[in-house]
Design a protein around this ligand. Structure first.
Ligand SMILES: Cc1cc2nc3c(=O)[nH]c(=O)nc-3n(C[C@H](O)[C@H](O)[C@H](O)COP(=O)(O)OP(=O)(O)OC[C@H]3O[C@@H](n4cnc5c(N)ncnc54)[C@H](O)[C@@H]3O)c2cc1C
Length: 571
């Protein structure tokens, strides 16, 4: 029998990436008791830490442009985020991020982060540790209670409002039940849903299912961002390449040795001019187009061993020593592969989910007492994300969620014995005193990831996506039926179930959106269709069913609609 520990806190924050840490620090400023729980070591294995560390914010002359395009004026940042997001973004959230962002970034210095201006270049791998490390220290110093190894499994709701959460405590081998009226979900995204990805294995979309089961809605789940330059060389790690200078000079070639991007981005000139010089924007702002071009080449039979080639042979040797990012690629990622002599195979991998829990400007969800921020929340980036906004988002909305949660503290809440019993039974039901079939569990996880990559990946068509749905449902049912022996195995089982459930949500929304927009590309509907599809998809759980609804988008800044994306035509 699993022990139960009843605990109490004013604010519970789930997830210790950029959003969770920033939320914890902000909530603590209000003098309330803050508990920051993470299913792994605090601040350790999340997207923020493994990020490139490039932050976008209108701070002329202050932020580096090595990784991201920077704008001088928040109005331009706002405009570009909307244009790149192809209007699926919530204008109000974008306005908050772009106008509040500069102050939030500057404030990081006071929280101990002294490298925000050029983490990509200044911090040795992982670059995001320049942000995460100091924030963990500050949260600890301010007296936040840090709870590593706490896998939050359920948000407890009574009469429609939050009263607590249940979690499996891997360090103490027991179930913890937190009594609290204010919870922030900062659990990051779900890129691990795809076979090829560029995130940590922890990005299993736990926050999406926690919110869904608590009664909250999610939005725009069809939108998944893929990073182009993820290694696909046998024997090399499947991670995106972090060379700074060199990346922008590399040439993508197909098996015919053609510099194929020229076909897809007619404005691109042949030769090795830095991408930014040619487009006026960093490659990180246009990555969905590059990713699509790469997989299109492979699908057309012009790939090399199922991938394309990234040719860096012309990069002068000293460039590889010019910054930490390039040195890391050279010394760690390439593992002896001589990139000066031969091109390296690359193929995109999922990096971020851009849809997520629906929030308002104060990070409130549909459920009173439940807040969300960072990649767990949706609506900020629309159909495609600008490079650097992925870190600005958790910093800005993390702080907002922390403040909202602190202001929502409710000391009167009580978790009923019935709720504790149900949370306990839900975990107990999955446990057996016999060896678990871990190979079968791993196979089910692989089925989800393969199905999502092959049928709901970068090039989608209605038939393949529709066929993926029953596979994902059946896989979820099979995971549900599995029993495991230890709480660590319980975590793996829960994550696998979440991958199948989140995959189902993504597929359902991708099937509905019969057009192409941003990172969502339907080969059977290759054009954007504003007349029909200027809508957001919302999804919520009703009994066993997922219920999708559409909400028309009404842009306040309507002249944005007249802008063509990037000002360049893309085939
Ligand atoms: C390789 C990579 C490079 C990137 N580079 C950049 C970049 O340079 N610039 C940019 O703007 N964006 C970048 N991004 C995107 C950006 O880093 C992320 O979107 C952002 O950091 C997400 O922050 P977050 O706090 O929302 O989530 P995360 O940092 O992922 O943190 C989520 C945390 O929640 C925890 N958690 C999850 N489920 C549970 C649960 N059930 N119980 C308890 N804890 C849980 C996880 O363990 C994790 O610690 C990159 C992403 C990746 C993957």
């Amino acid at each position: 029998m699993l022990d139960i520990k009843r605990e109490s806190t004013d604010v519970l924050i789930i997830g210790s990436g950029g959003a969770g840490l920033r939320a914890a620090i902000e909530a603590r400023r209000y003098g309330v008791k803050v508990t920051l729980a993470d299913k792994v070591v605090i601040g350790m294995n999340n997207s923020t830490r493994y990020s490139g560390g490039g932050i976008k914010a209108a701070l002329p002359g202050i932020l580096s442009t090595a990784y991201t395009t920077q704008y001088e004026d928040p109005r331009e940042h706002f405009r570009q985020a909307m244009i790149h997001g192809e209007y699926l973004n919530d204008e109000a959230l974008v306005e908050i991020m772009t106008f509040e962002g500069p102050a939030r970034v500057l404030e990081l210095k006071g929280l101990g982060v002294d490298t925000f201006d050029a983490m990509y270049l200044k911090v040795h791998y992982p670059h995001g540790s320049g942000l995460i490390g100091p924030l963990v220290k500050t949260a600890r110093k301010m007296g936040c209670s840090l709870r590593p190894g706490m896998v939050v499994t359920k948000i407890l709701v009574e009469k429609g409002r939050v009263v607590g959460a249940a979690g499996v405590d891997l360090y103490r081998n027991r179930l913890s039940v937190f009594e609290t009226g204010a919870i922030v979900i900062a659990t990051g995204g779900a890129a691990e849903t795809f076979l090829r990805n560029d995130t940590t294995v922890n990005t299993t979309g736990d926050g999406y299912t926690l919110a869904l089961d608590a009664g909250a809605s999610l939005r725009d789940m069809e939108i998944v961002q893929f990073e182009p330059y993820v290694q696909a060389e046998p024997g090399l790690p499947m991670m995106d390449r972090h060379e700074a200078e060199a990346e922008f000079h590399g040439v993508l070639r197909n098996a015919l040795n053609e510099d194929f991007l020229l076909k897809y981005l007619p404005a691109l000139k042949a030769g090795q001019l830095p991408f930014e010089e040619q487009f006026g924007m960093a490659l990180t702002d246009i990555r969905e187009r590059v990713a699509r071009a790469m997989v299109t080449e492979v699908a057309a039979g012009r790939g090399d061993n199922g991938a394309v080639l990234f040719d860096l042979r012309h990069v002068p040797a000293d460039k590889w020593k010019s910054d930490f990012a390039s040195q890391y690629t050279r010394n760690v990622l390439l593992r002896g592969f001589d990139v000066e002599k031969k091109p390296v195979h690359v193929l995109p991998g999922a990096i971020c989910t851009l849809g997520g829990i629906a929030i308002d400007g104060d990070c409130r969800t549909d459920v009173p007492g439940l807040f969300a921020a960072g990649e767990a929340a949706g609506g900020v980036h629309g159909a495609a994300r600008l490079g650097g906004d992925g870190l600005l988002d958790p910093i800005v909305f993390g702080a907002r969620a922390g403040r909202s949660a602190a202001l929502a503290v409710n000391k009167e809440v009580e978790v009923s014995q019935q709720q504790i019993d149900e949370a306990h039974a839900a975990v107990e039901r999955t446990l057996i005193d016999a060896p678990a079939d871990l190979a079968a569990l791993a196979k089910l996880r692989d089925t989800v990831k393969r199905t999502m990559w092959e049928q709901v990946g970068i090039l989608r068509n209605g038939k393949a996506v529709a066929a993926a749905i029953p596979v994902l449902e059946e896989t979820a049912a099979q995971v549900q039926a599995m029993r495991v022996r230890t709480l660590r195995q319980f975590k793996t089982r829960l994550e696998t179930l979440n991958l199948a459930r989140v995959g189902r949500m993504i597929a359902g929304a991708a099937l509905r959106r019969a057009e192409s927009r941003g990172a969502h590309f339907r080969t059977d509907f290759p054009q954007r269709d504003d007349a029909r599809w200027l809508v957001n998809h919302f999804v919520r759980q009703s009994g066993k069913e997922l219920v999708y609804t559409e909400r028309p988008i009404k842009l306040r800044v309507t002249e944005l609609l007249k802008q063509s994306k990037f000002g360049i035509e893309v085939k």
